[in-house]
Design a protein around this ligand. Sequence first.
Ligand code: GDP
Length: 298
Amino acid sequence: MFDTLSDRLAATFKSLRGKGRLSEEDIDATCREIRIALLEADVALAAVRPFVAAVKERALGAEVSQALNPAQQVIKIVNEELIKILGGETRRLRFAKQPPTVIMLAGLQGAGKTTLAGKLGRWLKSNGHAPMLVAADLQRPNAVTQLQVVGERAGVPVYAPEPGNGVGDPVKVARDSIEYARAKQHDVVVIDTAGRLGIDEELMRQAADIRDAVGPQEILFVLDAMIGQDAVTTAQAFLDGVGFDGVVLTKLDGDARGGAALSVAQLTGRQVMFASNGEKLDDFDVFHPDRMASRILG
Ligand code: GDP
């Protein structure tokens, strides 16, 4: 996903190679190139500005190092700033003192929530938990069945409304699922919620109602990394409408520019916690800002 960004940054650093010392002009030119590379990759301007300013300030003030040549020094600074923009430390899931831990998924339709529920369920299971998935997306006709299929594939039970009992009322389904999980000793509940194609007041209210009914430890905002600049406005709308604690980036295997997703942590103050990079259940991992920065820098 970040090939173009990687290539552009590599070309920028290459032009510094062989220089014994960097002049202010060299640093200015490099920062200009970095700025263009980030903007072309769709990183939001509001995130690019402070990023480039920090790189410039640090590059200008950098001690002449015996161990690193100027190009390496700039790469080191960019690497550290990338880690910072991506959220710094890896953020782990919080678990409730009294089980069940409730994780609620929110995001636009097609973002990859249902798929993610399966991936997360399987990941939790392989980490020694007894998770359960909850079908609280009653908007999309096939969503319940889709979650059941995903759950079966992941080997994780799915709580779904019985026909005629709670159908149409996702808040009741979510609330009842917690009682059920407690009775069946599931220690983590992952609630899939409805998404619309666009941001929608009613959808936001419904998600907020589910939130209020179940008091989740974690609300994860699921974001399709392919949606480009819309990522930032969508994230902001969900932050205002429902609130969230962490971000999951999906479709990182795609060939879109993806940079907008890189700025989401910085612009919302919420860290990316997991990343999804394919349709298969195993195409999923904890998000590590340092590894992502290394991947971008090649
Ligand atoms: P939801 O509407 O948010 O529940 O989204 P779905 O889970 O139904 O996903 C929408 C589509 O995206 C499906 O075709 C998924 O197979 C696909 N999808 C989900 N995650 C990924 C991913 O990480 N990479 C790719 N390539 N496709 C994904």
